[in-house]
Write a protein of this length. Structure first.
Length: 318
């Protein structure tokens, strides 16, 4: 079964049938391959545009790959399909990762990626729903995405009351933006309204522009914080496809609580000299750095696509 066929199967399945359509090893391998192809495309886009947030892009690309190819129900041929799930990219500076994923999913031609951050492009430095199909909300001013997602989730619950399924709303947040109080106001409201169709995903790489989150404004025990706000809390390795599939495909209607997934990630994941280095929050690679980065990414992708016995070792090491 191809990744596309698995995507179609899982989207037709109820939560009760989910265990019957977990991906095979070959489909998991294809998810990893897709994420590394997306990293190479993002690298090329950032280098060409001479701007971007490549470290943040690489941090969340595995999450976006799992979401769009295995979890959220969308129709690229009908981006405003009423029954679709929604994704709000609260960390809007990771627009490059979103654009590559939407293009791979078929929302718009891949050739549009060549115009990334060019004058009057549809693909600006932060997502614009009026310019690009698949974008649900304009983001970039950090700390607002969860409030928007909670409002959409509440509206969908109201408009779909009595129906067998309420569309889900996912909000992908950077950990640094949790230092803004608006997130916690939204968290309180979502719990009060029992928004069980709302899923917040924290890209927990521990870094923000210039330093670590804990040296800037310490976030402490995020699991305990979210639990105290009345949320269902799940934690996972944000670069492990199987773990991501498990936590993101678990719906929580019976719990009457919103869900937060704290995904432990690595900023710059996939390129050794970018990983865990805050300078790559906003740095653009030089020609030499681009060549080195591409060589590393191609090595991992070749191992995955070649079905080498040790391909997963390459992924874990990268």
């Amino acid at each position: 079964m191809t990744l596309e066929a698995f995507d179609s199967l899982i989207h037709k399945s109820s939560p009760e049938r989910l265990q019957q359509c977990l991906p095979t090893d070959s489909q998991i391998r294809e998810l990893y391959a897709q994420s590394y192809r997306s990293r190479m495309a993002t690298l090329d886009m950032t280098y060409r545009a001479e701007m971007g947030h490549i470290g943040s892009d690489f941090s969340c690309l595995d999450i976006l790959t799992v979401l769009y190819f295995c979890v959220i129900k969308v129709n690229p041929k009908d981006p405003t399909w009423p029954e679709r799930d929604r994704l709000i990219l609260s960390k809007g500076h990771a627009a490059g990762a979103l654009y590559v994923t939407l293009a791979e999913k078929g929302f718009f031609p891949k050739t549009w990626l060549n115009s990334y951050q060019q004058f009057d492009s549809r693909l600006q430095g932060h997502p614009d729903r009026q310019k690009l199909p698949g974008v649900e909300h304009n983001t970039g001013s950090l700390g607002h995405g969860l409030s928007v997602a909670a409002g959409i989730a509440a509206g969908l619950q109201f408009s779909n009351r009595g129906r067998s399924r309420v569309p889900r709303v996912f909000a992908l947040l950077g950990d640094g933006e949790l230092q803004e109080g608006s997130n916690w106001e939204a968290a309180m409201l979502a719990a009060q309204l029992q928004l069980d169709n709302l899923v917040a995903i924290i890209d927990r790489n521990g870094l923000q522009q210039g330093d670590s989150t804990e040296n800037t404004v310490a976030l402490g025990d995020l699991s305990a914080k979210w639990d105290s706000f009345g949320w269902r809390v799940a934690q996972c390795d944000g670069h492990d496809m199987k773990q991501l599939l498990t936590v993101l495909n678990t719906e929580s209607e019976s719990l009457k609580r919103p869900t937060v997934v704290i995904a432990k990630t690595v900023k710059g994941r996939g390129v050794s000299f970018m990983e865990n280095n805050p300078v790559w929050h906003h740095k653009v690679p030089s020609a030499e750095e681009k060549a080195r980065a591409r060589e590393e990414l191609e090595t991992v992708l070749a191992a995955i696509e070649g079905n080498e016995a040790t391909w997963l070792t390459f992924v874990k090491r990268s």
